[in-house]
Design a protein around this ligand. Sequence first.
Ligand SMILES: Nc1ncnc2c1ncn2[C@@H]1O[C@H](COP(=O)(O)OP(=O)(O)O)[C@@H](O)[C@H]1O
Ligand SMILES: [Mg+2]
Length: 226
Amino acid sequence: MIKFRNVTKFYHPDTYALKGVSLNIRPGEFLSIIGQSGSGKTTIVKLLTAEERLTKGSVVISGWDISNIHFREIPILRRQIGVIFQDYKLLPQKTVFENIAFALEACGASGKKIKKIIPQILKVVNLGHKAEKYPRQLSGGEQQRVGIARALIHRPKILVADEPTGNLDLTNTKEIVGLLERINELGTTVLLVTHNRDVVNMLKKRVVVLDHGQVVSDQKVGRYVL
Ligand SMILES: Nc1ncnc2c1ncn2[C@@H]1O[C@H](COP(=O)(O)OP(=O)(O)O)[C@@H](O)[C@H]1O
Ligand SMILES: [Mg+2]
């Protein structure tokens, strides 16, 4: 369970990014968050990964209150949450295999473990045949699938996607959404931040609407209403 309790976030003393946000996300749920640019969506993601600190309230993940997390505990938190981004954030000089290996090495995985895990993960995202390619040799959809593979290396309980289809056409968007659905069906909680009307209406799942840092709507089977 992820619990945002009355969360307020100020970046500057006079402007808030989130104001009194309360939100419960159940284990295994697939939740989309929509809202206009500047409504606070990315701030929610950054509070979950402890990239930013909240000003007031609390964020609790599986009973762990991370509101005042010690910096030494941040790696433990980040192993539980996979994150994917709009711009993929792949290293251009590294191959697909090396991009994922790099993330595993950063966490102290052995060469043996890396060689074993990566083919398994690449299979999940259907990229086994592209392991030796560089990001520039891949389509946008394929690059995002590498991003998803990298986010899955620790088998996280939670996958957070911040506008993952923002740079993709409809065909690739459908493919990425389908992949997120499959990952969710395998038991991972998915939090999807999106602007894309088609995505939300395709999913037919819970949708929370943010407006100026506040939750203004929370629907079980949401439709795009902006
Ligand atoms: N690092 C930052 N410093 C100052 N203001 C920020 C920072 N990040 C975001 N903001 C402000 O907080 C508000 C919410 O931003 P954000 O969470 O990125 O919204 P969204 O992802 O919905 O576009 C915006 O007004 C934005 O300008
Ligand atoms: Mg954003």
